[in-house]
Design a protein around this ligand. Structure first.
Ligand SMILES: [Zn+2]
Length: 262
């Protein structure tokens, strides 16, 4: 910098400005960090609470997920309305337990139930499905996790069954890291709508449960969609190669009522 010879003050200001610009650029970049203080495995699922005091709810909670949905009570339930937006896919995360895509506030993807709006925070996959319907599981499922402004958390389960290839899944799979960490992606756009059966869904089950991985936090309203979405057997196999089993076993219902749309 020529100015540096003229004035060391200007030189310093210039360096600060450049530093700030670089920092701003870096701020849009995200570093991968494991969300878990203590590692766990699916084989240890019956004893997650023993691994870390933060995981206490996993084995002492009374409203845990997933469940086997049986004899659901038929009532009139609100239509589920999904507002989905196509946007650049920036990172595909392998957090050791699943493949996950995160969404930041202001992303424009919503789940609307009655007058309640939940914003999408992330989606991830399980193989095989965690939820069962009348004792039957599916090869895979996607969990789309939403949060309302009042802090309320909603999870949407979409079962995935073998059929035609899913182009949204394909874009994600092409960039999924084989080991724990994240891949930065450029020039790829996806919409979470590509993982949903429709923009408006009337056929679903609803129950109160938990996050299905440690710390197993309760208070999650689960919406389990009846209509599955297709993906190819090759796509299922590609995920299964990384995750032969990333499904938590079925949890006791403990008297909870499962609602079902008429
Ligand atoms: Zn999940």
């Amino acid at each position: 910098m020529k100015n540096c010879r003229v004035s060391s003050v200007l030189c310093g200001a210039g360096a600060l400005l450049i530093g700030a610009l670089l920092a701003a650029q870096d701020a849009t970049r995200e570093q991968y960090a494991s969300p878990w203080r203590t590692a766990w495995t699916y084989e240890q699922a019956a004893h997650w609470s023993d691994l870390d005091p933060e995981y206490a709810m996993c084995n002492s909670g009374k409203e845990q997920s997933p469940i086997d949905i049986r004899s659901a009570q038929q009532i009139d339930l609100s239509l589920l309305r999904f507002e989905s937006k196509t946007a650049p896919l920036r990172y595909v995360i392998n957090n050791r337990y699943t493949i996950r895509v995160n969404y930041h506030p202001g992303n424009g993807n919503f789940l609307v139930v009655g007058d309640k709006r939940y914003q999408l925070r992330q989606f991830h996959f399980h193989h095989p499905s965690e939820e069962y319907i009348e004792g039957k599981s599916y090869p895979m499922e996607v969990h789309l996790m939403y949060q309302a402004t009042d802090g309320g958390v909603a999870g949407v389960t979409v079962f995935l069954r073998p059929g035609s290839g899913n182009s949204t899944v394909q874009k994600i799979w092409q960039h999924m890291p084989e080991k724990e960490g994240q891949n930065e992606v450029t020039g790829v756009e996806i919409s979470p709508g590509g993982l949903l059966p429709a923009e408006q869904v009337s056929g679903y089950y609803e129950y109160m449960g938990s996050v299905t991985a440690p710390p197993c936090t309760e208070g999650v309203t689960w919406f389990v969609l009846k209509q599955p979405v297709e993906m190819s057997s090759q796509q299922i196999d590609a995920f299964a190669k990384l995750y032969p089993n990333d499904a938590r076993p079925i949890q006791p219902l403990n008297g909870r009522v499962v609602k079902q749309s008429r």
